[in-house]
Design a protein around this ligand. Structure first.
Ligand SMILES: [Zn+2]
Ligand SMILES: [Zn+2]
Ligand SMILES: [Zn+2]
Length: 350
């Protein structure tokens, strides 16, 4: 009898399992103990609402579906997916003390040359410095991660104080990230005013209309919105962000704009790795964002998406993540981890 009922229900409500699955996955994501960025939480909340709405607008649910048989059936259907979701939330990588070295002389032609000069002049082991990671950068520089803050300080001093190095390169701490917001749907201005003037008068009005404290506020770039509208990405002093962070809209004279915190890790449009842009990319050919192939996504013949970043991660890690999404997906576990890391790097003034 139970079997027959289940089969009948299956025929009557085939999409039901999927809905329940999605709901369960999202619910488990929001209740998961791993740190979840605020933005993500909000997004998911919205989705849950959307999902609920869909459910409400669907055909009325007959009593039969609420039977214990169905509950049991759904419970077994969701279990594996909920498990997979937990797996897909990667913990942020450990933040290590970092030293950035940049060339300041024509003598250095490449970052490799800089590395050679550094290695000739400085021997980390004799200074008691343990290098954990090192990376060459496009702009004739190096990024070094060391074990402790003291080691970072010592390395910085050793480089900046070395007779053979001080005229060719400089070492410093990485620039601190301050909070960013994205302000939505700003009407593009007429051509009679310059971009700079337009931005300055906008920020002045925002400061006045919201009684914001003094401090830096800067329009970093703009994204295209619908029609003649743009979304502006604005960086600001932590004290300013503190004052508006609980709000959904910023006031603007007799009007207001919707905004949200902007935490978008930099992803290269050519190779799809994080941490650099297309201009400073080290690879020559465009990599596909839909599959791990070496072609433009426009020429991609793959029928199913395979994320190259998640595939690379799975090759190196025992902790496997799902790969069935594009490298540009905002659901990508690597993207979500990068975003969480960016948040940890941000100075919120706390
Ligand atoms: Zn790249
Ligand atoms: Zn492809
Ligand atoms: Zn991915």
């Amino acid at each position: 009898m139970e079997d027959r009922l289940s089969r009948l229900e299956g025929k009557m409500y085939p999409p039901e399992q999927e809905k329940t699955y999605a709901k369960a996955v999202m619910a488990s994501a929001t209740s998961d103990s791993h740190p979840v960025p605020n933005l993500k939480g909000k997004k998911q909340d919205n989705k849950i609402k959307e999902n609920k709405n869909k459910h409400q607008t669907a055909a009325p649910v007959p009593e039969i579906e609420k039977s214990s048989t169905q509950v049991r059936k759904n419970a077994t259907a969701i279990r594996p997916s909920a498990k997979a979701n937990r797996k897909n939330q990667l913990k942020p990588k450990q933040q290590l003390p970092t030293v950035v070295v940049k060339s300041v002389s024509q003598e250095i032609g490449t970052s490799m040359q800089l590395k050679e000069r550094l290695e000739t002049a400085i021997h980390p082991n004799t200074l008691g410095i343990k290098i954990i990671t090192s990376r060459l950068t496009f702009n004739k520089g190096m990024v070094l991660q060391v074990q402790t803050n003291e080691m970072a300080q010592k390395l910085q001093e050793a480089i900046n104080g070395h007779d053979n190095l001080k005229n060719i390169c400089g070492a410093h701490k990485p620039k601190e990230r301050i909070p960013h917001i994205m302000v939505y749907d700003i009407e593009k201005c007429g051509e009679e005013t310059t971009r700079e003037i337009e931005e300055q008068s906008f920020l002045k009005k925002v400061k006045e209309s919201n009684s914001l404290p003094d401090g830096e506020m800067k329009v970093l770039f703009r994204k295209k919105g619908s029609g003649s509208r743009e979304h502006w990405i604005i960086s600001m002093d932590p004290a300013i962000f503190k004052q508006i962070k609980g709000e959904k809209r910023i006031q603007f004279g007799f009007g207001s704009f919707r905004f949200k915190e902007f935490i978008e890790p930099m992803r290269c449009f050519r190779c799809h790795k994080y941490g650099h842009g297309k201009k400073t990319c080290m690879v020559d050919t465009e990599h596909c964002s839909k599959c791990p192939g070496m072609h433009s996504f426009k020429e991609c013949k793959a029928t199913e998406a395979v994320c190259r970043n998640c595939r690379d991660f799975n090759r190196k890690s025992t902790n496997k993540v799902r790969v069935n999404h594009t490298a540009t997906s905002d659901k990508c576990p690597i993207f979500l981890r990068e975003r969480e890391q960016l948040k940890l790097k941000t100075n919120y003034g706390d």
